[in-house]
Design a protein around this ligand. Structure first.
Ligand code: ZN
Length: 150
């Protein structure tokens, strides 16, 4: 189990060092900003959709390793998913982070996001891991472009 822990930690460190899709999207279909006052993490999420499929998703921002890695892995996970799938993944991820790992069958669709399963042991880090997902949710809930959470 400690090997698995190391593997997860390495993946978080890797995504923090080399975040995927850390860029802005010009004229995105959906956009929202998130701020985690507890840690100081800031993130802006950009989403382009084609029908109900997420065509492109990216983020900008600055924060701790957990929040940056979470944003990076979010973009890898959601690209190509439908909006309904995205909402389901958010629910599963939120459950994983706040309640801990469930049966592996129930974690289907989470993919690499299971690397954050250890975060539930650190309540102060939960908001770091979920910030970008709350921001995605806010972005998708608004049909108007460039809505800020502030
Ligand atoms: Zn943080």
């Amino acid at each position: 189990m400690s090997d698995l822990g190391d593997l997860y930690q390495n993946m978080i460190l890797d995504h923090n060092k080399s975040p995927r899709n850390r860029r802005a999207i010009n004229d995105p279909d959906h956009c929202a900003e998130g701020y985690n006052a507890l840690c100081g993490d800031r993130v802006t999420v950009y989403i382009d959709v084609d029908g109900d499929v997420i065509k492109d998703v990216s983020f900008e921002g600055s924060g701790c390793a957990i929040s940056t890695a979470s944003a990076s892995l979010m973009t890898e996970t959601l690209k190509g998913k439908t909006l309904d799938e995205a909402k389901e993944i958010f629910q599963s991820f939120h459950h994983l982070i706040t309640e801990g790992p469930v049966e592996t069958n129930d974690a289907s669709g989470l993919g690499k996001l299971v690397v954050f399963s250890g975060v539930c042991r650190y309540p102060a880090r939960v908001k770091c891991a979920t910030l970008v997902w709350h921001t995605v949710n806010a972005a998708l809930d608004n049909n108007t472009k460039k809505i800020s959470t502030e």
